[in-house]
Design a protein around this ligand. Structure first.
Ligand code: ADP
Ligand code: MG
Length: 366
């Protein structure tokens, strides 16, 4: 099948990126498919294009409402019909829900984005059971694994819900590089037979430095940032308190920095994120609450004031640098004391989680 004309028609592209073509063919052949591509690799198109080509509705499961909305808007922009893509979640009122349902019943909706916690609802499952579903795509599939960097318990039950809906092909997509998480995804989704496509994870434009963390760490950071005046960077800290401290220290030193963490209200968070994207500030000092779905191509450095809790998190967080293939300097400050702090953090968690957390931390120390 020639899938170049629809690529051109829907997305305006003449070439596929990386493994996209092979992935899309596998999905069109109704095979269970597993896609591992780094962030920015073009995973969305892997399910969007076959969804647009197929009859019926593809269900896309994604953890972040903001990201789903962006994708729905983008797909509506390339189609004649509003109803081609919908989000199904708790924010819809009754009449919106019946609009979504009738668009699905009438075969208009090609992509239905659902948050995992909404898909659990019996009302929705019962409705979807009786519709033509082309496939189910699970984006950010690493959220299913406790070994990953962003575990979401709601992802755990997906296999059973998908089974209830229909016997449809399942597509898992992730930017997770570790084998352990990849195995976990296949097992937990029940798609051990999936055809797997794995892209290269090497990022030759990223430069990695680990520096001992001393009492002068703040001075070190200020010096590093001042040498890169006007350039965009992210500074990750473990705690909200540290985020506030470091952003104040930077501001006092005439560096345009804003804080970002889950303790700030949603409006402030959105404002600070926009300031960073629009270049009204140079630096975001953040907890790991910041980053997923942020697509700023020219982030020139990522600093870790505190060592991350796994190598996988470190790869994802530093991966936000240099997405335009330009310079990306990744600087981590390391002190064994921080490992002890993370260990202490974990002490309140269930034993199984502690064991996993401990093993991941030992990799970081190594
Ligand atoms: P991922 O989900 O893997 O992080 P996205 O799906 O967000 O990546 O895609 C990253 C970028 O690549 C987007 O800006 C998208 O428009 C672009 N892109 C995807 N496929 C192609 C293609 N075949 N040709 C050109 N650009 C593409
Ligand atoms: Mg994506």
């Amino acid at each position: 099948m020639n899938i170049y004309p629809p690529l051109k028609k829907y997305f305006g592209f003449s070439q596929f990126k990386g493994l996209q073509e092979e992935v899309i063919k596998s999905i069109l052949q109704k095979k269970n498919t597993f896609v591992i591509m780094p962030t920015g690799g073009g995973k969305s198109l892997c399910y969007q294009l076959p969804a647009l080509m197929n009859t019926g509705t593809a269900i896309v499961i994604s953890p972040l409402i903001a990201l789903m909305k962006n994708q729905v808007d983008a797909i509506r922009g390339i189609s004649d019909h509003e109803g081609v893509a919908h989000v199904l979640n708790s924010s819809l009122n009754k009449s919106e829900i019946s609009q979504v349902k009738s668009d699905i019943e009438n075969g208009i909706t090609k992509l239905l984005y659902v948050a995992p916690e909404s898909l659990i609802k019996e009302e929705y499952v019962n409705f979807l059971k009786n519709q033509t579903i082309s496939f189910v795509a699970i984006d950010e599939a690493h959220c299913i694994s406790e070994w990953g960097h962003d575990f979401r318990p709601e992802y755990r039950n997906l296999k059973h819900i998908i089974k209830q809906i229909d016997n449809v092909p399942v597509i898992g997509l992730t930017a997770t590089a570790t084998e352990k998480v990849q195995e976990d995804i296949l097992k937990t989704l029940g798609i051990s037979d999936a055809t797997t496509f794995k892209a290269s994870f090497n990022r030759p434009n990223l430069f990695y430095e680990v520096r001992p963390k001393t009492k002068d760490v703040e001075k070190d950071i200020i010096r590093f940032v001042k040498q890169r005046q006007g350039k965009s960077g992210i500074i990750y800290c473990l705690s909200r308190k540290k985020v506030e401290e470091i952003s104040q220290v930077l501001q006092v030193n005439n560096i345009k920095a804003v804080p970002y963490h889950a303790g700030l209200d949603a409006k402030t968070r959105a404002r600070h994120q926009d300031m960073f994207l629009m270049e009204d500030c140079d630096i975001v000092v953040a907890t790991i609450a910041f980053g997923m779905g942020i697509d700023k191509p020219d982030v020139r450095f990522v600093i870790h004031h505190d060592i991350p809790k796994s190598l996988e998190s470190y790869y994802q967080e530093t991966g936000r640098a240099g997405r335009d293939d330009g310079e990306g300097y990744c600087l981590a400050f390391y002190a064994y004391k921080d490992i002890e702090k993370l260990e202490k953090f974990m002490a309140s968690k269930p034993i199984a989680e502690q064991e996993i957390g401990h093993a991941l931390l030992q990799e970081v120390v190594g």
